[in-house]
Write a protein that binds this ligand. Structure first.
Ligand code: SAH
Length: 307
């Protein structure tokens, strides 16, 4: 192979796929913790199994260059159940990957919301609220049950409530913040994520949807923050959405409940059916009560209200 071809190969995207047990898949840490010295750590994604093979979870690690033996060894420590040599390493042609990531997501409907990529804009009907989300390095394309559950909950709330101050914690692509901004166009919305890459992706999506990024009414303010730890997240909010995971949701229950105005509504997701009681208990202990719950697969969405 020529040096040029070699360089082109290393610049491409590479995927390492490993089988995982469910327990391993649910315990995958942040890539920064697995690859603390990497300038450009891989993106780690867990794939849920098809209903036909409920134990066949997979871990995909996306690298911006050829993964090294050390990279593979580190990935193997995350999925110790995987047999040695079971990693499938593939080069993903960049052009194909971009096309796939944009065309591959079918539009998702939840209530009046339709989440779609730009190429699927025609799916939005006159009575729909279309949200353009380009798939990228952030979570929240609408494909996951948790996102759909939150969108459906927001749509249900919009039929009976008006909110003026809204926070979206763990905004990912910004999809829930955008949905809230579209449904309550007079509201001030602040969207936060612990991951600066997600905030950058959300910022691009906010722009792509024609929404301003500011603290004014009808706009979305975007910040990097863990939980509610930011001066822009002190509230009081009359609506907070948080689609994160059970562990962080429980850990942040105190500060998050404290951001709610009396009567304020909290939409929580990212928890599994088996974790719903514990997550709800963390918030009912802080003056909230559960006013609604819908289950989407094994991913419930909880709607709570502060007394
Ligand atoms: N809101 C989007 C994305 C949910 S994915 C949707 O509903 O589809 C969860 C997001 O929470 C990720 O982007 C992740 O970076 C972020 N996150 C994880 N832990 C967090 C924490 N402690 N504080 C804030 N954000 C967090």
């Amino acid at each position: 192979m020529s040096a040029d071809a070699d360089a082109a190969m290393s610049a491409a995207t590479w995927r390492v796929r490993l089988p995982a047990t469910r327990a391993e898949a649910e315990a995958i840490p942040f890539a920064d913790d697995v690859f603390p010295d990497a300038a450009d750590p891989p993106t780690l994604l867990v794939d849920e199994p098809d209903p036909g093979a409920p134990d066949a979870w997979t871990l995909d690690a996306w690298f911006a260059g050829v993964p090294t033996a050390d990279d593979l060894a580190r990935l193997h420590t995350l999925v110790s159940s995987a047999a040695a040599g079971s990693a499938v390493v593939e080069r993903v042609p960049d052009a194909d990957w971009v096309t796939l990531s944009q065309a591959g997501f079918d539009p998702v409907r939840a209530g009046r919301f339709v989440v779609h990529t730009a190429v699927h804009a025609a799916a939005v009907r006159a009575s729909d609220i279309g949200i353009v989300i380009e798939a990228g390095l952030a979570f929240g394309t609408g494909q996951h049950f948790t996102t759909r559950g939150c969108l459906a909950a927001l749509d249900g709330l919009a039929r009976r409530r008006r909110f003026a101050r809204i926070a979206d914690l763990g905004t990912g692509t910004g999809v829930l913040a955008l949905a809230a901004a579209r449904r309550w166009p007079q509201a001030r919305v602040v969207a936060a994520d612990i991951d600066p890459v997600a905030v950058a992706v959300a910022s691009a999506n906010v722009r792509a949807n024609g929404v301003h990024r500011s603290r004014r009414r009808g706009a979305i303010d975007l910040i990097v923050a863990a939980g509610a730890h930011h001066r822009c997240l002190r509230g009081p909010f009359d609506l907070v959405t948080a689609n994160i995971l059970a562990g962080p949701l429980i850990a942040m229950a105190g500060p998050v409940a404290a951001t709610l105005a009396p009567g304020g509504v909290l939409v929580l997701a990212g928890l599994l059916t088996t974790q719903a009681t514990r997550v709800a208990a963390a918030y009912t202990a802080r003056g909230c009560r559960v006013i609604g719950r819908t289950d989407h697969g094994e991913w419930p969405t909880l709607v709570l209200q502060r007394a």
